[in-house]
Design a protein. Structure first.
Length: 531
């Protein structure tokens, strides 16, 4: 029977992968220590070698575990001490490796004195490594949860907080996480908000479906409202049962308030833009009316003997409502008429303001209306003075001519403006072919002197004065129309208005999008002798 019991014991120990040891305490150097083969295997010892489990633990036990090990052994060795020994610590085996061993023992005493201590040993290194890995994962997860800039929490089926991170506790006005546990939203928020939150969480639990990324307004009892983007997910345990709700919320109060301010600003700007648009529309209408007002279509007004007749037509297309291009036909005497064409740098409101200034300066210089060079000198002087006081750099090109219908001559002066196109019979050429008199643009050089030139009506029958917006029109390849591209529009027969229509149509056909890229201004003049 004893043999059978011994075999069963050995089989059980083998199956459990445990080693046994036995320490018979005799004293006087007669103690007897027994270690099973499995125990020796754990320590890397051969048969007959004795591990220093009790006699030399400092050589075997890891220094971090040594104090605890010695204390546990001492408490068993003492008279009337502990009757059990339970130690988990690292031991150094013979090859120098460290292994985790679980040592368990039971004391046998006589009159309180230890007579025998026997127990088992098992290698728990693998389990310890797994525990260490799990502990590191828990530490990493906790570090993540505590340091992400958002609130993370678990609530039970009654919406009581079970776990929260530190940002959640601080948001709720608590200094410690424990102050939140067991409480609900009703302990922190306004009742209406807390009721709504509870209703949402009941729905998540009932349906098992998450509520994802909804913007939620948090209403507090004692401070301003806040806004969060909240996700609420069913909290399901390892057995698949819903335990409550897991929530994550990110504070977006600053974003919401910024959006509200932006919306308010947008509405204000919309109203302001509407007012500005209406004012610009009015200004554009005024500018157009000034262009059309008192524009003469014929000089002289009635047929006279021994005098030339001049017929005028124009096209005016501002690209932005208000333009920097303008022209004016100015009666000087019964037989003299001035024609002015200006192109202010740029377009829009600023250029339109300069146009208004030029009109005012022109009125001031009307005493020199019959002298083209003096008119341009006066306009230049006025613009230079205005730009200097305003501290801006701008300019305007200009062409001014005086048609003397009795003498049959055109006197003209040019301030950086494109030379007009002339038609003589079937020949079309530039006015510059008859002598270059171009000076610098207005508003650039103080006290600039301009010169004038004269040409007989015998040299042309039609003339077109224009700004650069017409000939700088580009096609799909980026090529400009150029002045030569305008010339086919002039015909010997027909009215001057028909010529301008043809030039406009040629330009639109040439354009890549059928539109003009800049302000367009055309002034056509047709001459005819009186019969």
């Amino acid at each position: 029977m004893e043999k059978i019991s011994q075999e069963r014991l050995e089989l059980a120990l083998k199956a459990s992968n445990e080693g046994i040891w036995d320490w018979e305490v005799v004293g006087g150097g007669e103690d007897v220590l027994f270690f099973s083969d499995k125990t020796l295997e754990f320590f890397g010892c051969e048969e007959g070698e004795i591990p220093g489990l009790f006699d030399s633990p400092k050589d075997w036990v890891h220094e971090e575990d040594l104090d605890g090990y010695l204390l546990s052994v001492r408490e068993v060795l003492e008279d009337h001490g502990n009757d059990t020994l339970a130690i988990d610590c690292r031991f150094k085996v013979k090859n120098g490796d460290w292994v985790w061993l679980r040592v368990r023992g039971v004391a046998v005493r006589k009159e309180g004195k230890l007579k025998r201590l026997a127990g088992s040993v098992i290698d728990i290194s693998r389990r310890k490594r797994v525990e260490a890995a799990l502990e590191e994962e828990r530490h990493q997860l906790k570090t993540l949860i505590e340091n992400v800039p958002m609130s993370i929490y678990f609530k039970d089926l009654e919406s009581r907080f079970v776990m929260v991170n530190t940002p959640t506790a601080k948001k709720l006005g608590c200094t410690k996480v424990d102050e939140v546990i067991g409480k609900t939203d009703h302990d922190f928020f306004d009742k209406r908000h807390a009721d709504q939150s509870r209703k949402e969480e009941e729905t998540v639990v009932a349906t098992g479906k998450p509520q994802r990324e909804s913007v939620e307004q948090e209403v507090w009892e004692d401070k301003d409202d806040t806004w969060v983007i909240t996700t609420k997910i069913p909290w399901i345990d390892k057995e698949g049962k819903i335990r409550g709700v897991f929530g994550v919320s990110n504070d977006v109060t600053n974003l919401v308030l910024s959006q509200r301010k932006l919306m308010e600003m947008t509405l204000r700007m919309r109203d302001q833009n509407k007012e500005i648009k209406e004012e610009l529309q009015l200004a554009s209408e005024i500018q157009l009316s000034m262009i059309a007002e008192n524009q003469i279509t014929r000089m002289p007004q009635a047929d006279t003997e021994e005098c030339w007749n001049a017929y005028f037509s124009y096209k005016y297309v501002p690209v932005s409502g208000m333009a920097g291009d303008f022209f004016q036909v100015i009666p000087i005497t019964e037989h003299q008429v001035g024609v002015l064409m200006c192109d202010v740098m740029g377009h829009g409101v600023r250029s339109a303001l300069i146009v208004s200034m030029l009109r005012g300066l022109l009125e001031k210089e009307m005493e020199f209306a019959a002298e083209p060079d003096k008119i341009l000198q006066g306009l230049n002087k006025g613009l230079v003075s205005i730009f200097k006081r305003a501290g801006v750099t701008m300019f305007s090109t200009a062409f001014y001519g005086v048609l003397d219908l009795k003498a049959g001559t055109l006197s003209y002066s040019n301030a950086g403006h494109p030379s007009p196109i002339l038609l003589n019979g079937s020949e079309v050429k530039r006015l510059s072919d008859h002598g270059k008199v171009t000076g610098p643009a207005l508003g650039m050089i103080p006290n600039c002197k301009y010169v004038s030139k004269q040409i007989s009506f015998e040299k042309f029958s039609k003339m077109v004065i224009f700004t650069d917006g017409i000939y700088e029109t580009e096609d799909k390849e980026g090529e400009e129309l150029g002045v030569t591209g305008m010339m086919p529009g002039l015909k010997a027969d027909g009215e001057i208005g028909e010529d301008l229509d043809r030039i406009m149509e040629l330009t639109k056909t040439f354009s890549a999008n059928g539109e003009f890229g800049d302000d367009v201004c055309l002034l056509g003049i047709k001459l005819a002798e009186s019969e």
